[in-house]
Design a protein around this ligand. Structure first.
Ligand code: XCC
Ligand code: SF4
Length: 630
């Protein structure tokens, strides 16, 4: 029997884990328990399956056992190849999401399902990309911009356009080191090619390739996804929301949106407002329709519409165990295959919608974007009609829910600061923030990002690090499942300033912000790249000079590895709460946790103890402050 207190700090799971056990539902923690100790070769990254002469497992303790794979590959080669492939997979995931958004923008039309919500941002991007806008209709401009975005994936020459947003010294460094990514698909393909048997075997060159590919994620795919989503669906502004499983409503039809791409979720948001469907919900005996989100899709819709966040990665099974979910509608990424099994034990319809993520045992309804709203309505109807199948004896909804303010963006923060400082020009508005950093009210900025991992107590890493850092006057920005942990932990409310140190508290009071700012989904870490770059440009320094860090206390996905790599390659240190599978090669460990600093001005740190991690982060921030002379 799993003890909830050992696996999560989230109180909603206390009863639900017990309920799952009573109802013979196997959960992520049960499977983790059966899995026992992970294979050490896999854990250290020294298992190679790249060709069928293997799998080869080489020794990770020097001078013992097998030193080379059958082809002669060393531990360093095998580890670096595996690592590069993971970064390529992460880059591909964020970027393929971006590609879909670009296609959606390409089909947007005045009277269609998809329209342009932020025309100003569209025209700004058009200017940035040298698209002639004079006398052109907004949709003509949108289509031209979308086509340019689509070409970023496969253009034959040049490098990615958004790299020009980086500070000059950073760009020069990338150019010198040949780290400027070319087309996005090309960087991914090049890694797949070079990691084929008998191609690249030099560890440093493999890590170098993974760095270049990762920049194609952060400054390519992720940034395209963020900017185009803002243009299509609106740039978020701070908005109140509620979080945790208590946002489910026993009396209503509950629909959970889970996955990543706003092209689906935005349509469902529209569909649940349909009068006919609301009426239908009443006819089947419900009080209405309650739409809630999970994982990054929740971040996308909460920051644009205030849709409630039901939970993060580790709660996706548990939400079904409440017995009140009429439909779990998903698209791509981070969707546990176990959901089909679990939903069958309740009345929940588990509906997959993407040809990229068909899941055995789910109901597949293709979300053809040409008929987006009509299909969204069909999906909602499926949920409403399923209300009658709810099994009252299986219903239990936890009470826990917390308020949060979400939806900060670079523009939002700047406008906010400008208003507070009484400055008209938004461009000058970084001054109050920079002044607060310079006078020490804010010691530094930490981006807390990433997932949940069964190796950690659910959410404990995120919230412990956030509490420790804010208490030490570090302003925190958060995305992804980390942001949701913070929101559930009541760290994104105005009152949360009381956990902050005096300096940060005064800033929060003055500016009227929480000490932890919700910056969106994982692709929105691109917002953080832009933000850091703007501060660096304002000060006339490189990113690496700033007291800024990235932290992923509970990371687990390949996407998270791609993110970590592009953050480091962008000159910002990354602190991980779990060791990546590289321990089998001292050479690769040294490149990523030491030599990287000489190369790109930043490196990875791994701390499994979160108070030690906080100390190390603060030390590093102070070191940067000293060098800046502040
Ligand atoms: Fe997935 Fe994005 Fe990780 Fe959460 S944070 S578990 S990747 S949903 Ni991106
Ligand atoms: Fe073994 Fe080399 Fe084949 Fe990898 S590529 S499985 S190390 S023979």
């Amino acid at each position: 029997m799993i003890d909830a207190k050992n696996v999560s700090i989230d109180k909603t799971l206390d009863t639900l884990i017990e309920k799952a056990a009573d109802e013979k539902i196997e959960t992520i923690w049960d499977r983790k328990k059966i899995m026992k100790t992970p294979c050490t070769f896999g854990e250290k990254g020294v298992c190679c399956q790249i060709c069928s002469m293997g799998p080869c497992r080489v020794s990770f303790t020097p001078d013992k056992g097998v030193q080379r794979g059958i082809c002669g590959a060393t531990a360093a080669t095998i580890v670096a190849r595996n690592q590069a492939r993971k970064v390529a997979a992460g880059t591909a995931s964020h970027s393929d999401h971006a590609r879909d958004i670009a296609y959606v923008m390409h089909m947007a039309s005045e009277n269609g399902d998809y329209t342009i919500k932020d025309r100003q941002k569209l025209f700004k991007l058009a200017t940035e990309w040298n698209v002639e806008t004079k006398d052109k209709d907004v949709y003509t401009v949108a289509h031209e911009v979308a086509e340019i975005a689509l070409n970023e994936f496969g253009k034959p020459f040049g490098y990615l356009r958004f790299l020009d947003r980086a500070p000059e010294p950073r760009k020069e460094l990338w150019e010198k080191l040949e780290l400027l990514p070319r087309a996005i698909d090309r960087e991914v393909t090049t890694i797949m090619h070079s990691t084929h048997i008998g191609c690249m075997s030099d560890a440093l060159s493999l890590i170098h390739m993974s760095m270049r590919a990762s920049l194609a994620d952060g400054w390519g795919g992720s940034m395209i996804a963020t900017v185009l989503s803002d243009i299509l669906f609106g740039t978020p502004t701070p908005i109140k929301t509620e979080t945790n499983l208590g946002v489910l409503d026993e009396k209503k039809v509950n629909i959970v949106l889970h996955g990543h791409e706003p092209s689906l979720s935005e349509m469902i948001v529209l569909a649940v407002c349909d009068e006919g469907l609301i009426e239908l919900a009443k006819q089947v005996g419900a009080d209405g329709i309650n739409l809630v989100g999970m994982c990054c899709t929740a971040n996308e819709v909460t920051m644009r519409h205030g849709i409630k966040i039901a939970g993060n990665f580790h709660q996706q099974e548990m939400i079904i165990v409440t017995g009140v979910v009429e439909a779990m509608i998903v698209d791509v990424q981070c969707i546990l295959p176990s959901l089909s099994q679990i939903s069958k034990c309740y009345h929940t319809k588990f509906i997959t919608t993407s040809p990229k993520a068909k899941i055995t045992g789910s109901t597949y309804i293709d979300f053809d974007k040409k008929n987006a709203l009509a299909i969204a309505k069909k999906l909602v109807r499926e949920a409403v009609e399923n209300f009658k199948n709810r099994k009252p004896e299986k219903v239990f909804v936890p009470k826990e829910r917390s308020d949060a303010i979400v939806g900060f963006t670079v523009e939002g923060i700047k406008t906010h600061l400008a208003k507070v400082a009484g400055i008209d020009a938004v461009d000058g508005s970084l001054k109050p923030l920079v002044d607060s950093i310079a006078n020490g009210s804010i010691r530094g900025i930490a981006a807390i990002v990433g997932c949940n991992n069964t190796k950690n107590k659910h959410d404990s890493g995120h919230n412990e690090v956030i509490r420790n850092l804010t208490a030490n006057n570090v302003l925190v920005v958060a995305t992804g499942c980390a942001a949701q942990a913070a929101a559930k932990g009541r760290l994104m409310t105005a009152e949360a300033k009381d956990i902050a140190g005096d300096g940060l508290k005064a800033v929060c009071d003055f500016v009227g912000i929480p000490p932890v700012l919700h910056l969106g989904s994982c692709v929105d870490i691109s917002r953080i790249l832009v933000f850091v770059s703007e501060v660096a440009k304002y000060l006339g320094v490189d990113n690496s000079a700033l007291p800024v860090v990235g932290v992923a206390p509970e990371w687990m996905s390949e996407k998270a590895l791609a993110i970590g790599t592009y953050v480091v390659t962008s000159g910002v240190d990354v602190f991980l709460g779990l060791m990546p599978p590289i321990g089998g090669s001292p050479e690769v460990v040294d490149i990523l946790t030491n030599a990287a600093e000489d190369l790109v001005g930043a490196k990875f740190y791994v701390y499994e103890d979160f108070s030690e991690m906080t100390e190390a982060i603060l030390d590093r921030m102070d070191e940067k402050r000293r060098k800046l002379g502040i």
